[in-house]
Design a protein around this ligand. Structure first.
Ligand code: B16
Ligand code: MG
Length: 223
C-alpha cells in the first residue's frame, strides 16, 4: 500500500481508553457463579468487544444452560447493574496509561478522533473519565446492530467523520475488534499485553507512543 494517509483514529473504549475490562470480567464471573460455572480468563478474552447479549449467550452455552429470551434479558439487566456499581467511583485515574496524552497530541496534529465501542455504557464511562468531549463522535452499542467482528461500529465512525475506511486506524484490545477493523478495511493497532493476531502493530500501552511512531510503524508494517 503506497501513499497511505491517516486522517482518522478510532479508539475502542474498554481496555484501550478505560481500565474497565476487569470490571466486565468480575460482573460476568458473578453471573456464571450463580450456576456454579467459573468463567476462565481465556473464555473472557472471547467476550471482549462482544455485545452484552451475545456475551450472555456464550456464557450460557459454556455453562450448558438453555435460556429463554426473558431470562437473557433479565441476566443482561443484572449484569449491567453489577457492572455500573463497580464503575460508580470511576474517574480520571481509570484512564489507561498514556492514552490521554496520545489523544490530546493527535487532536492538536489535526487527526479526527472517534470512539468505536460495543458498550452501551460508553458515553457514561467517558463522562466519568472527563474525556467525552475529546471525540468528534462516540459510536457505541446503542448505535449498532452487530457485534465485532462485524465492522459496523467502525464503518459508522468513519462515515460520521466523513473519512474513507483506508484512512482510519483502529486501536483495539480484543481479537474480535482487530478482526472488525480488518473487515472494515482499516489499519489496526493492538493494545495490551496479550498478543493479538493480524494487527498492523502492537503496543503494550500508550506510554511513549506518538503520532510519528504510529505513522512510521504502519508504513513499516506493509513495506
Ligand atoms: P456493555 P469495547 C465492550 O466494549 C467490552 O469489551 C465487552 O466486555 C462488553 O461486554 C461490551 O462492550 C458491552 O458492554 O454491557 O457496557 O454494553 O471493548 O467494545 O469498548
Ligand atoms: Mg475493548
Amino acid at each position: 500500500m503506497d501513499n497511505f494517509e491517516i486522517k482518522g483514529l478510532i479508539f475502542d473504549l474498554d481496555g484501550v481508553i478505560a481500565d474497565t475490562a476487569h470490571l466486565h470480567y468480575k460482573a460476568w464471573c458473578e453471573i456464571g457463579q450463580q450456576w456454579g460455572f467459573n468463567l476462565s480468563i481465556s473464555q473472557n478474552e472471547e467476550l471482549k468487544g462482544i455485545s452484552r447479549k451475545d456475551s450472555i449467550i456464550k456464557i450460557a452455552n459454556w455453562a450448558g444452560r438453555n435460556l429463554s429470551e426473558a431470562e437473557l434479558e433479565d441476566l443482561a439487566k443484572k449484569k449491567n447493574e453489577k457492572y455500573l456499581k463497580f464503575c460508580e467511583n470511576m474517574g480520571t485515574g481509570d484512564i489507561l496509561p498514556g492514552v490521554y496524552d496520545f489523544i490530546i497530541t493527535c487532536g492538536k496534529k489535526g487527526f479526527k478522533l472517534a470512539v468505536g465501542s460495543a458498550s452501551k455504557n460508553a458515553k457514561i464511562i467517558l463522562q466519568k473519565l472527563g474525556i467525552d468531549d475529546l471525540f468528534s463522535i462516540i459510536v457505541d452499542g446503542n448505535m449498532v446492530e452487530k457485534s465485532k467482528p462485524d465492522p459496523e461500529v467502525f464503518l459508522k465512525g468513519a462515515e460520521i467523520l466523513n473519512l474513507k475506511p483506508n484512512s482510519c486506524v483502529v486501536f483495539e484490545d480484543s481479537q474480535s475488534g482487530i478482526q472488525a477493523a480488518i473487515n472494515a478495511g482499516m489499519f489496526s493497532v493492538g493494545v495490551g499485553q496479550k498478543h493479538l493476531e493480524s494487527c498492523n502493530h502492537m503496543i503494550e500501552n500508550f506510554n511513549g507512543f506518538s503520532p510519528e511512531k504510529l505513522i512510521s510503524k504502519l508504513s513499516n508494517s506493509f513495506n
